[in-house]
Ligand binder design. Sequence first.
Ligand SMILES: Cc1ncc(COP(=O)(O)O)c(C=O)c1O
Length: 369
Amino acid sequence: MSSGRPLIRPVIEAIEPYRPGKPLEAVRREFGLTDVIKLASNECPLGPFPAALAAIDGCTTELNRYPDGAVQRLQAALAVRHGVDTDQICAGSGADGCIDMLSQAVLDPGDEIICGWPSFPSYAIYAAKQGALAIKVALNEEGRHDFDAMRAAIGPRTKLLYVCHPNNPTGTMDTAAELDALLDAVPADVLTVIDQAYFEYVDHPDYPDGVERYVKAGRRVLVLRTFSKIYGLAGLRVGYAIGPREVCASMVKLRRPFDISSPAQAAAVASLDDPGELSRRRALNSAGRVELEGILRASGLEPVAGAVGNFVMVPTLAPTDELFEALLRQGVIVRPLHGFGAPSAIRITVGTPQELTALAEALARVLGS
Ligand SMILES: Cc1ncc(COP(=O)(O)O)c(C=O)c1O
């Protein structure tokens, strides 16, 4: 006899799942196209670093073995790179895996997190998994965080305050002085999470390195970084958190034993020793972003100003889904932003010069007609 008790937890039933960008293969198949470009998921169009590819090759004969569950080599290399102790680091299956572990470690049902909105949806989704509540604070008119409003939203159940930096999807940043003032005002029992997934792309004098400025100064801050973006390893799933020892220790306990595959660990370690490639990519991206913004303006679209990462957000004039579909038919995948809280906008990743030319031609065909 049934007790009528639901099998699935009600908080899980209520979750609106993350919808990833459309994969290349799906668009090729659906539209019968051969030439398709993906500017939808803020991936690096240049692929992995050469040393990372070699490291992945070097792993293939050991793929019958489980990966190092303690992620020792990578966490040690990251500790050296950042000048912190290894127990201030927790590697995860992407920065996303870190947000999930952190949410499990910190949030009880009824607890609250605060984040800007529109922003990266995982903060709210992983909070919801714990039965916690996301207070989404509207960005200001510049598409930047409204730190006064975020501070005002802090209540007795607030445990985490997320600063997505640069903010995905607007691409905007807050200055070091603004973040300093925010951190001075956040109560000691709230952990501020500075998500710097796009850190390596940013070339702006007022953009703070969260590890140098806050973690090393002993502030109650957890910084997130990833190998998915400038390092071009999104498909391998590896990222990390740096912050207070007690937080990292709790996250390490929650990491599933073999979450980070051997190729992911080896490729991440190998990626750390090529500062020349890193600055080459940063410079290419900065030039590409300027070109992308120019292409959009020439097409009558106005991207959100002040983007510092490898993507821009563009409010759409035509209904967003129509523009998205029309570009798909032209073989260009961009990102509609319903799930990010911006239903009337799309997000476009900086592509290679060839990809940007293809985008310009597609926009001319779609918006010119
Ligand atoms: C702001 C932000 N944080 C975290 C992530 C997750 O990155 P990953 O899990 O691939 O490291 C992304 C991915 O797009 C992002 O935009």
